[in-house]
Write a protein that binds this ligand. Structure first.
Ligand SMILES: N[C@@H](CCC(=O)N[C@@H](CS)C(=O)NCC(=O)O)C(=O)O
Length: 314
């Protein structure tokens, strides 16, 4: 991570922990919004008008938070107006690196070698982790936002004047229910699996393990009435959030994060639901299992040898 703009040698991918050994994720620092007319959004500064070709996403395919922005970009038909660079899946000694891994990119836009250079380029004394995703403004050469929840939400509406951006992922009549289900999926699943994987005490691990499988059981039950998606026939933001964890579960979280009561393939409703979403046009392009496996199993603190398991079969 960076401290006052300087990369720290003793950087660890394992983030902060509380007094019980529970993993704590850093909060995001850049919270500006693109808006149709460039006026300020919900948080941050104004000046980020919705324009085709102006914005760029920096992502890692391994990262569920980054992947949800890729999913929103695909579902909202924004692939031709928002460009993307993908970092190497393996965290280097200096965090995310651009490069040569199959399916990764060089940083043609800014010529950076490491993601942290983009943070210090715009905030020379930045302290914190140089996370993905980053939504970048090519015009002003700055970070618009590095919080995936904001990025997904803005993609849903702000480019609608430029082109038909398809179905609404947060219909107003469902907005508050979506927000509360999102919060539950985040705490008990998206971040819950990390809390299991990065727990530094048995108690913290078991607490997270229970939370994760209770959530999976309750979502399996929710889908038991035959609904296609979490809120019925139409896919919403909550489905994006659930999908990114489901698709990583059997190949990474079951093994590396010790979330091993069962696999998603053993939960018939969730398994079918995951494949239903994977089959939607554009979604397959946001999923790279090779990156996911290589990336998670390169986390030295959890897997010192770096050996990537051969299974499970996909
Ligand atoms: N709040 C952020 C979290 C993003 C995040 O934690 N990204 C991880 C990868 S999954 C990261 O870049 N970690 C690098 C690090 O911790 O140094 C979001 O949702 O956008």
């Amino acid at each position: 991570m960076l401290v006052n703009g300087v990369w720290q040698e003793n950087w660890q991918p394992v983030q902060n922990k509380d007094e019980k050994g529970r993993f704590i994720r850093q909060t995001s620092s850049f919270r500006n919004w693109i808006t149709p007319d460039g006026s300020p959004g919900i948080t941050g500064e104004g000046g980020f008008k919705a324009e085709a070709g102006r914005y760029h996403l920096y992502v890692a395919y391994i990262c569920p938070w980054a992947s949800r922005t890729l999913m929103a970009r695909a579902l909202k038909g924004l692939e031709d107006i928002i460009s993307v660079s993908v970092v190497n899946p393996k965290l280097s000694e200096q965090g995310w690196q651009f490069g040569d891994f199959h399916g990764s990119d060089r940083d043609d836009l800014n010529g950076a070698t490491y993601m942290h250079e983009l943070y210090t380029q715009i905030a020379p004394d930045f302290t914190g982790r140089a996370t993905v995703p980053v939504l970048w403004d090519k015009k002003n050469k700055t970070i618009v936002n590095n919080e995936s929840a904001d990025i997904v939400r803005m993609f849903n509406t702000v480019f609608a004047d430029l082109k038909d951006t398809g179905p609404d992922l947060v219909p107003s009549e469902l907005a508050s229910e979506i927000d509360s289900l999102n919060a539950y999926i985040y705490s008990d699943l998206n971040n819950g699996v990390y809390q299991a994987g990065f727990a530094s005490t048995q108690e913290a691990y078991e607490e997270a393990f229970e939370k994760v499988f209770n959530a999976l059981d309750s979502l399996e039950e929710r889908l038991a009435d035959g609904r296609k998606f979490l809120f019925g026939d139409a896919l919403t933001e909550s489905d994006i959030r659930l999908f990114v964890t489901l698709i990583r579960f059997d190949v990474a979280y079951h093994g590396l994060f010790k979330c091993n009561r069962n696999m998603i393939r053993e939960m018939p409703k969730l398994h079918a639901y995951m494949h239903r979403i994977l089959a939607i046009e554009g979604i397959q392009r946001t999923v790279n299992i090779e990156h996911i496996k290589a990336g998670y199993y390169s986390i030295k603190a959890l897997n010192p040898t770096g050996i990537v398991p051969v299974g499970p079969a996909l």
